[in-house]
Design a protein around this ligand. Structure first.
Ligand SMILES: O=C(O)CCC(=O)C(=O)O
Ligand SMILES: [Fe+2]
Length: 182
């Protein structure tokens, strides 16, 4: 347990998935044709987001292996009715996600966001939005781990995965969410 107060609850659990299975899932996902390069408008220019992404809803009959197995495992482990699966692929140390909070508008209030990590260990920064009382967590998200962020943490904290300066292999994160419309 990293945080549990009026601003929300953040929990990091290691070794939820055993190393061999996590490695198999990673290898398969890296070879899958699911990855897209998203573009984002920034300062009036369209830029590539610095990572690859994919998205599925849980009810998708074409949910490719191993995501069907992963979804089932994470649902049973957490007891949460996740219906949305978002994937990020950080190809190397240059890929990143800027500090942000996840959009709550389309999520069911009260349900957490849970991130499964596969591949290289990457650091996540978590920072509270109020600068008067700075609060920071730097977490190393290891393969096979789960990070829980309660719904209300997204109101009070930003999170991001910074670029690194030393060589790193690929990391995949699988984000589970409970959407209103799915
Ligand atoms: O890769 C991660 O662990 C974080 C991903 C993330 O913040 C997101 O998809 O919103
Ligand atoms: Fe996020």
């Amino acid at each position: 347990m990293l945080l549990d107060d009026a601003s929300g609850r953040i929990v990091y659990e290691e070794n939820v998935i055993d190393a061999r299975e996590a490695e198999q899932w990673l290898e398969h996902l890296l070879d899958s044709p699911i990855w897209r390069q998203q573009r984002r408008l920034m300062y009036e220019r369209e830029l590539d987001v610095p990572r690859l992404t994919a998205h599925f809803s849980a009810g998708d009959p074409a949910l490719p292996w191993p995501l069907d197995v992963v979804l089932d495992r994470v649902r049973r482990r957490t007891g949460e009715p996740f219906n949305s699966i978002g994937l990020n692929l950080y190809r190397n140390e240059h890929d990143s996600v800027a500090m942000h909070n996840d959009r709550l508008g389309d999520l069911q209030e009260g349900h957490p966001i849970v991130l499964l990590s596969l591949g290289a260990t990457r650091r996540m920064h978590i920072r509270n939005k109020k600068h008067l009382a700075p609060r920071r967590l730097d977490l190393d998200l290891a393969a096979g781990s789960l990070l829980w962020m309660s719904w209300d943490t997204q109101l009070h904290y930003d999170h991001g995965i910074p670029k690194q300066t030393y060589a790193m292999g690929p990391r995949v994160s699988v984000a589970f969410r409970t959407r209103k419309d799915a």
